[in-house]
Design a protein around this ligand. Structure first.
Ligand code: ZN
Length: 149
């Protein structure tokens, strides 16, 4: 587990310093705002669809390193996926950070996102890590805003 923790630290620092897809998408097909008042994380997710695929996805906002890194990785991974695939990832990610999915034993498509399994040990951080995913889910389902409270 400590190797995973080292990797976790490294990835979080990297994405926090240099978040990917950290920009607005003008005329985005879908947007939603996500708020995590407990920590003060606030971000907006932009989605551009083409047919049923996520052609482009980006985010803007401010928050702690974990929320930012998670949003950054989410945009990288979801880009090019179908809506359905994105929703599966949302579901798996949510289950992983809440302890409902055992990533070692149960099949999943989380890949690199597995490093966030570490937040399980820090309950206050679970909402930080999953905020961007809830916001993406809201955007894809025509909801304008989501709050973790
Ligand atoms: Zn946070």
């Amino acid at each position: 587990m400590s190797e995973l923790n080292d990797l976790y630290q490294e990835v979080i620092l990297d994405h926090n310093k240099n978040p990917r897809n950290f920009r607005e998408i003008e005329n985005a097909d879908k947007t939603a705002d996500g708020n995590n008042p407990l920590c003060g994380d606030a971000l907006r997710v932009y989605v551009q669809l083409e047919d049923d695929k996520v052609k482009d996805v980006a985010f803007k906002g401010s928050g702690c390193a974990i929320s930012k890194a998670s949003a950054s990785m989410m945009t990288q991974i979801v880009k090019g996926k179908t809506r359905e695939e994105a929703e599966v990832l949302f579901d798996e990610f949510h289950k992983m950070v809440t302890g409902e999915l055992d990533i070692e034993k149960e099949e999943n498509d989380l890949g690199k996102l597995k490093i966030f399994a570490g937040v399980l040990e820090f309950p206050a951080r679970v909402k930080c890590a999953s905020l961007s995913w809830h916001t993406l889910h809201a955007a894809l389902n025509e909801e304008e805003a989501v709050s973790t409270e």
